[in-house]
Design a protein around this ligand. Structure first.
Ligand code: SAM
Length: 247
């Protein structure tokens, strides 16, 4: 595992953020929080395997920068639910870069939510609320139906499954911002029927490249689905039904 000094970390953040058109978020204060996040993730990974990515430069590119590619898509001071946030991505980088957003980080794995909670506290991120629950259950048990301005998710499942977990949380006029990799266009084509059923409409599809400025490049597709109608009460179905027949 490569450990960088604070200065080296700061230089690398600036370089990577500049290559990904997110340099405005690399303020001194944010960079110190990104550094602490990276150290806390490595410490937690040494004790319990939270994420496969553990090298500092890889954390900067593949977790932090990747989580911020859609950072400017969220309107000011809105509420966001991050479905299947895992160890806090995109939640934690987004909460650092956008302190105006009020973010609910949702995941069904207790140890991941424990990490998000303790890290948000250590980084003094009072705009993060971490919840351990299954998305398809939490929407009803916590009375969270159509109560968020935005839902977002990265690396959880294909879009045809994910839409049924995410869109029920989104208010009319709000959006689901899905962070997708190179197969995003195909996922979108196979999810069209469900998007209509759940009250959504594709607002935009943005293709971009996640890059470290050297030899790493990966395609990213940011899909925004706007909520134009209420999601019928029968959705979301049980996870077994969603997984058996995604829409
Ligand atoms: N979003 C994180 C990231 O990009 O690093 C985590 C991705 S991880 C591959 C997928 C996460 O989704 C897991 O932590 C899993 O527990 C969570 N997950 C999957 N289905 C879920 C559901 N129905 N409700 C809540 N969390 C779910």
């Amino acid at each position: 595992m490569t450990q960088l000094t604070a200065d080296e970390f700061s230089e690398l953040i600036k370089e990577v953020f500049s290559h990904n058109a997110i340099l405005e978020y690399a303020t001194e204060e944010n960079t110190e929080k990104f550094r602490k996040l990276s150290l806390l993730l490595q410490k937690a990974n040494a004790e319990t395997n939270l994420t496969a990515i553990n090298d500092t430069s890889e954390i900067i590119v593949k977790h932090i920068a990747d989580s911020l590619l859609a950072c400017d898509r969220f309107e000011k001071s809105k509420s966001v639910i991050d479905i299947g946030c895992g160890a806090g991505f995109p939640t934690l980088p987004l909460a650092i870069a956008r302190p105006d957003l009020n973010i609910t980080a949702l995941d069904s794995t207790g140890k991941k939510i424990a990490f998000v909670k303790s890290t948000a506290k250590a980084l003094e991120l009072d705009n993060v609320n971490a919840v351990c629950a299954r998305a398809e259950e939490y929407v009803a048990i916590a009375n969270k139906r159509e109560s968020f301005d935005y839902a977002t998710a990265r690396a959880v499942s294909r879009l045809n499954l994910l839409n049924e977990l995410a869109l029920p949380f989104v208010k009319l006029g709000g959006s689901f911002i899905a962070l997708k990799a190179k197969d995003g266009d195909n996922e979108l084509a196979e999810a069209q029927n469900g998007i209509n059923l759940f009250g959504g409409k594709v607002e935009s599809v943005k293709h971009t490249i996640l890059s470290d400025g050297n030899d790493f490049e990966a395609q990213r597709i940011i899909i925004e689905i706007k909520k134009i109608g209420n999601t019928p009460a029968k959705f979301p179905r049980s996870y077994a039904k969603i997984a058996k027949k995604p829409m």
